[in-house]
Design a protein around this ligand. Sequence first.
Ligand code: ZN
Length: 238
Amino acid sequence: MMDQLKLLVDLQNVDSEIKDIENKKEDIPRELDTHRERFQSARKEIDFLMENIQRIKKERIKKEQDVQIEGDLILKTKRKLPEVKTNKEYSALLAEIDSIKKKIDRFEDEELNLMEILEEKERDSERKKEELIEEKRRFQEISHQKEDEIARLNILLDEKSKRHDEIVLSLDGKLYENYTKLMDLKKGLAVVQFGDNACKGCYKELPPQMGIEIKKMSSIIHCPHCSRFLFWAEIMGK
Ligand SMILES: [Zn+2]
């Protein structure tokens, strides 16, 4: 019986390890997604910035054209000056020229402002492009690492599965059936330690007589509360 119990403990250990490995494998695509998203959002940011830059460049050209148009208007208005007959008309024209000049000044200020913004955005985009290259490099590096990790986990999984099969071959058929049922029902934990007068699966206290029986290790004992297989860790040398 001792041998069978020891096999159950070994089986539980190896199955827990298999579950751990499978969980790790499942996490990998998620971890990769996080990095991929970071890399893609960096790219989107640059696209957005480049669109912005194009828009500002167009605005700047428009301002330049506006200055040109207003400049032409000043010339046209100045040409009218010699033709005016009265002082009133003359001052009106001068006032008009003055107001156009102010408009030009404003446009030029606005253009200058746009140029400053443009320079800043262009610097920003250069910096972001460098960041993107770095982010891409990091993503590729991590992808490779994760590929290696999956390969390593697969090898480990293979080893553990072989060990699982070996144990099952030596294990009593009825015990294995019972074990499999418990594994399904008890979230992958079918064989647990007895310690501090309690079952370490459900943490409920067990009658003292039961503790004595478990320590004898002469029969397979189940927890009366959760039905799991119980073993005494000290005897198993664990
Ligand atoms: Zn229990």
